[in-house]
Design a protein around this ligand. Structure first.
Ligand code: OSB
Ligand code: MG
Length: 374
């Protein structure tokens, strides 16, 4: 069946988090999530989720800029057109059209999901995935004090998580992370994520973190910065991992050329979708740079896309792919996402597409805005 979609339904849902999530640049208590449904003329839908937040504190995009971009520029380029494969969508959305990568990704990834349903294959396998389960890590938000963080880290370990990442900010860093290292012992994989809260002036903090045997320090410096990250990496034993700074394949190439980091957190929603993610994955594999799949507090739809991507062979570090119950009282897909006692999330391989069903009653209940294009 030809890949095409004549109608796009945009929905905004509000999904309250069980616990507020704080990073160095802001806090979220309720997610405002834009969902994309691409409708094929034969009645089959492909689903996507936009990872843009409510505030421009992680990237310049927000749910509202993404909504506008999808309506105004993205939909007219790809709707009601026969597409040779989902691979062409990235190119169609790139020509003379800068930025808006999260908005583009929501539609691009929905096109892949639709294509995998039309072809009758699991999304994971359409992307080139080879694994059937993914080792999973947790990302813990900034807490009021070291004791609170230690308690959460202990609980995460007991749940089976394979990696514990802690958000840090100036003043809430070394003492917090050292307390967790002390409490959990030397062999537990720990990481930190600064979301760009530091500068090269903070070398004392970085040197102290460097003694804590971390798997990585994620995005310590500015989101557009590769030069200073290279200088910092030179001075540390701990690998730097870049998240915000890697917006496309060329930025990944620059990271390797400059030595700005040794690991990449690929979030398909950040880089414009699966096409760019596959390019970054393959490049990193060829250059012996491990990658892992980060999260953006997605609902079960975004989670499905991330799990499918994380099944590719060079995703060798645990992904931030916590199960549904960690975030929500009730997710918007069935079955909900779960993790076993060994910290593994199963890749759904017994059905075409993303492998979970959108709970339309639940989505309807949560929808606060709806827009139909076409
Ligand atoms: O930097 O990885 C990040 C959430 C919001 C914004 C940025 C980040 C995060 C996370 C959440 O770490 C990970 C998850 O989805 O569980
Ligand atoms: Mg990050």
């Amino acid at each position: 069946m030809t890949l095409r979609f004549d109608r796009i339904v945009l929905r905004e849902i509000r999904l309250p988090l069980k616990q507020p999530f704080r990073i160095s640049s802001g806090m979220v208590t309720e997610r405002r999530i834009a969902l994309v449904e691409l409708q094929h003329p034969d009645g089959i839908s492909g689903w996507g989720e936009c990872v843009a937040g409510e505030q421009p504190n992680y990237s310049p995009e927000t749910i509202d800029t993404a909504w506008w971009a999808i309506r105004t520029w993205i939909a007219p380029r790809v709707r009601a057109t026969d597409l040779a494969s989902p691979n062409v969508v990235q190119g169609l959305l790139a020509r003379d059209f800068r930025g808006h990568l999260m908005a583009k990704a929501a539609v691009e990834m929905a096109a892949w999901e639709l294509a995998s349903r039309l072809e009758g294959v699991p999304l994971s396998r359409m992307l080139g995935g080879t694994r059937d389960q993914i080792p999973t890590g947790i990302s813990l938000g900034i807490q009021s004090g070291p004791e609170a963080l230690v308690a959460l880290a202990r609980a995460a370990r007991a749940d089976g998580y394979r990696k514990i990442k802690m958000k840090i900010a100036p003043g809430r860093d070394v003492a917090f992370v050292a307390a967790v290292r002390e409490a959990l012992g030397p062999s537990v994989p720990l990481a930190v994520d600064a979301n760009s809260a530091y500068t090269l002036e903070d070398s004392a903090v970085m040197r102290a973190l460097d003694t804590l045997e971390l798997v990585m320090i994620e995005q310590p410096l500015g989101r557009e910065d590769l030069v200073r990250h290279a200088a910092l990496q030179q001075s540390l034993r701990t690998p730097l991992c870049l998240d915000e700074s890697i917006t496309d394949l060329e930025r990944a190439e620059d990271m390797v050329t400059l030595g700005s980091g040794r690991i990449i957190n690929i979030k398909p929603g950040r880089v414009g979708g699966f096409g760019a993610s596959l390019g970054i994955h393959d490049y990193c594999w060829a250059h012996h740079v491990p990658v892992w799949c980060g999260g953006m507090l997605e609902s079960g739809i975004g989670r499905a896309h991330n799990v499918a991507l994380a099944s590719l062979p060079n995703f060798t570090l645990p992904g931030d792919l916590s199960p549904s119950a960690r975030y929500w009282e009730r997710d918007i897909v069935t079955p909900e996402w779960t993790m076993d006692a060994d910290g593994m999330v199963r890749v759904p391989l017994d059905a075409p597409g993303m492998g979970v069903t959108v709970d339309m009653d639940r989505v309807d209940d949560l929808t606060v805005r709806r827009d139909v294009i076409g």
